[in-house]
Design a binder for this molecule. Structure first.
Ligand code: HEC
Ligand code: HEC
Length: 254
C-alpha cells in the first residue's frame, strides 16, 4: 500500500466508525426511552392527587373504594384517597397508620419507586384490577403525574422523623426558610390561618405539625389541594433537606 492508499483506508475507517456511532445513538436512546407522558408530567400535581385526587379533578366519589377493608374505620371520600391506604409517610401499615382510626393493613408505595414509569402507569390503569379508579385512569396526565410523584417525590420518612416523632432537620435554617416561604400567608407564628375553624383554639401550622408531622411534611412539599399554597419542592426548588428543616421549625410553633 502506498501512502496515499493508507490515508484513504484510514479516512474510510473513520467515516465508518463515526457513521456507526451516529446511527447507533437513536437505537440506544430507544432502548431506554422514557415515555413522553412521564417526561412532561407535573410532579406537584402528582403530590396533590396523592393527597386528594377527587378535589384536584373536581369529581364526586360515592360509597367506599372497593379495596378499602370492611373492618376499617373510615367511609366515603376518605377511603378513595391514596394517602388513606398508602400513608402520608409512604409506608402505609408500617408507619403512622399502623394503628388507630386510619389503620387498613395496606403497604405504602415507597418501595414501588424503583418500578419503571410504564410499570406504574400500567398498574394504575389496569382495567381488570379493583384498584383502578376509572375517573383517574381515563386522565393520562393525572396518571403520569402520580407515577412521577411515586418515583421521584416520595421521601424516606426516617430521614425526616425519629421514631419518637421528633424531627431530624435544622430548626434554625427551617425558621429562615419559613420566614421567606410561609410567613406571608400563615403568619410568623403559624396561626394566621385556622385549618379547622369551629374547633376549639387555633389549628395553625404549629398545631398540625405537632399533631401530624407526616401530613405537614407532605403539605410543605406539595401544597394543599384546591388552595393557592405553593409547593416547596416544585415551585420553590427546595431540597428534601430544606423541606425537613421547615417541618422541624414548624414543630416549634404553638
Ligand atoms: C382503598 C385502599 C387503596 C387506595 C385508596 C389506593 N390504593 Fe393503591 N393499593 C392498595 C392495595 C391493597 C394495593 C396492593 C394490592 C393491589 O394492587 O390490589 C395497592 C397497590 C398500589 C400500587 C402498586 C404497588 C407496587 O408495589 O407495585 C400502586 C402504584 C398504587 N397502589 C398506587 C395508588 C395510588 C396512586 C392511589 C391513589 C390514586 C392509590 N393507590 C389508592 C390499596 C389502595
Ligand atoms: C400563598 C399563600 C401560602 C403560602 C406561601 C403557604 N401556604 Fe400553607 N396554606 C395556604 C392555604 C390557602 C391553605 C389551605 C388551608 C386553609 O387555610 O384552610 C394552606 C394549607 C397549609 C397546610 C395544611 C392545612 C390542612 O388543613 O391540612 C399546612 C401544613 C401549611 N399550609 C403549611 C405551610 C408552610 C409550612 C408553608 C411554607 C413552606 C406554606 N404553608 C406556604 C396558603 C399558603
Amino acid at each position: 500500500m502506498n501512502r496515499k492508499n493508507i490515508v484513504v483506508v484510514a479516512f474510510t475507517a473513520v467515516v465508518f466508525a463515526l457513521g456507526a456511532l451516529i446511527f447507533h445513538i437513536p437505537d440506544a436512546a430507544m432502548a431506554e426511552s422514557v415515555p413522553q407522558g412521564y417526561t412532561a408530567a407535573d410532579i406537584q400535581v402528582g403530590g396533590l392527587l396523592y393527597d386528594k385526587w377527587f378535589k384536584v379533578l373536581d369529581v364526586e366519589v360515592s360509597g367506599n373504594h372497593p379495596l378499602y377493608p370492611s373492618e376499617a374505620k373510615k367511609s366515603g371520600g376518605d377511603t378513595w384517597r391514596c394517602k388513606e391506604c398508602h400513608g402520608w409517610d409512604s409506608i402505609g401499615k408500617d408507619g403512622r397508620y399502623k394503628k388507630g382510626s386510619h389503620f387498613t393493613g395496606i403497604d405504602g408505595l415507597y418501595s414501588a419507586r424503583t418500578k419503571s414509569p410504564q410499570q406504574l402507569y400500567d398498574a394504575l390503569t389496569d382495567k381488570g384490577s379493583a384498584h383502578t379508579i376509572n375517573a383517574l385512569a381515563s386522565n393520562s396526565d393525572s396518571v403520569w403525574a402520580l407515577v412521577k410523584f411515586i418515583r421521584e417525590g416520595q421521601i424516606d420518612i426516617s430521614s425526616a422523623l425519629n421514631s419518637d416523632g421528633t424531627a431530624r432537620g435544622d430548626a434554625l435554617n427551617g425558621g429562615n426558610l419559613y420566614s421567606k416561604a410561609c410567613a406571608a400567608c400563615h403568619g410568623k407564628d403559624g396561626n394566621k390561618r385556622d385549618f379547622d375553624k369551629g374547633k376549639e383554639g387555633i389549628q395553625g401550622v404549629g398545631w398540625l405539625a405537632n399533631d401530624n408531622p407526616q401530613e405537614t411534611l407532605h403539605k410543605i412539599r406539595w401544597g394543599h389541594p384546591g388552595s393557592m399554597m405553593p409547593s416547596a419542592v416544585a415551585d420553590k426548588g427546595m431540597s428534601d433537606a430544606e423541606t425537613i428543616d421547615i417541618l422541624t421549625f414548624s414543630l416549634t410553633l404553638k
